[in-house]
Design a protein around this ligand. Structure first.
Ligand code: 3Y8
Ligand code: NAP
Length: 251
């Protein structure tokens, strides 16, 4: 059959995959949740908004005659990934995750590893620090119990309501970021502690490398658990999977 892909996007790797699919002439659609005002332009047609849970995604797969699903979402998009596993099983559509390995600390890194967002909040109990809280917008309210710190917040869109911290600076910017840029940013704001999700990949790594250069501690939030599913770590593996998984694409 001729492939008709659904790519669950929102990462640098998803965008790169869509460019490769477009160049290979493979038909597909990239999907976004609609979390930010203007998702970056994509080389494939895009759809924006939730599907309506597992049943909504299953219905979408059947209605749009999707032949393959690639889950290239961020490792913290745990609900979307779980829904994709369930909906693809129910609709009998092959699923492959395009995921990126977690970052590992280097010898000179000083990471405080925490299991989840609540662990990061608890790790901030203590005397006032100057914190770069680079975890986006959706979980800011959870950090309200520690208003004693100065917070440098980096958000994709201006916040709809003021962050719950008396002493903060909001920087509206989207990645991928550069180590030099994050180094200068941390020095300018005299940051002495960084809070980060273990996103993996390159787009969010700049602050980890900059923290290393400045010898700063990083509170590193481990990823949520995901259900088992086939995983690839490179675009070429995905293209190979499409070519060999039930399609008439030549090798
Ligand atoms: C809407 C789509 C591309 C994709 C680029 C990657 C890299 C840059 C770094 C920091 C960390 C953070 C955040 C981040 C990065 C890439 C990638 C990545 C982290 C866009 C995008 C969408 C989102 C959603 C957004 C979240 C937020 C998280 C900002 C597009 C730009 C902090 C994750 O305001 C909000 O509601 C923002 C929500 C989910 C996490 C949060 O809890 O707030 N991403 N980010 C996707 C959708 O609607 O489906 O506009 O391009 C994509 C990217 N953001 O094509 O180049 O591959 O990871 N995204 C984190 O890692 O902690 C910023 O500041 O140092
Ligand atoms: P999530 O909590 O796992 O998903 C919550 C709900 O949002 C899903 O059940 C689904 O709604 C909808 N959704 C999520 N991703 C979608 C997509 N790609 N296309 C269509 N609907 C989607 O997801 P999240 O953590 O909010 O992440 C949302 C998006 O931002 C994803 O595309 C992800 O790749 C991107 N992103 C997230 C982070 C992060 O830190 N979480 C970082 C970078 C990029 P329905 O149930 O209605 O289908």
């Amino acid at each position: 059959m001729t492939p008709n892909l659904l790519v669950l996007g929102g990462t640098t790797e998803a965008t790169a995959l869509c460019r490769a699919l477009s160049e290979a002439g493979v038909a597909g659609t990239i999907s976004f949740a609609g979390r930010v005002a203007r998702p970056v332009r994509q080389p494939l047609p895009q759809r924006i908004g939730g599907f309506g849970g597992i049943s909504g995604l299953r219905a979408y797969l059947q209605r749009e005659k999707i032949t393959h699903v690639v889950d290239a979402t961020h490792p913290f998009a745990a609900r979307m990934s779980a829904n994709a596993v369930a909906a693809c099983a129910q609709a009998d559509v092959p699923l492959l995750a395009l995921s990126r390995a977690p970052w590992q600390p280097q010898v000179s890194d000083s990471w405080i590893r925490v299991p989840d967002m609540a662990g990061a909040v608890a790790a901030l109990n203590g005397p006032a620090r100057r914190v770069m809280l680079a975890i986006g917008r959706m979980h800011l309210q959870e950090f309200a119990p520690n208003p004693q710190h100065f917070y440098l917040l980096r958000l994709v869109d201006p916040p709809a309501n003021p962050p719950p911290f008396p002493d903060h600076v909001v920087l509206v910017d989207r990645g991928p970021f550069s180590e030099a840029g994050d180094l200068a940013l941390m020095q300018r704001h005299k940051i002495d502690l960084v809070v980060s999700k273990n996103a993996g990949g390159t787009g969010a790594y700049a602050k980890i490398a900059a923290a290393r250069a400045l010898n700063l501690p990083v509170i590193m939030i481990d990823r949520p658990a995901l259900p088992p599913r086939p995983e690839a770590h490179a675009t070429a593996q995905v293209l190979d999977w499409i070519a060999h998984r039930g399609t008439d694409l030549g090798v």
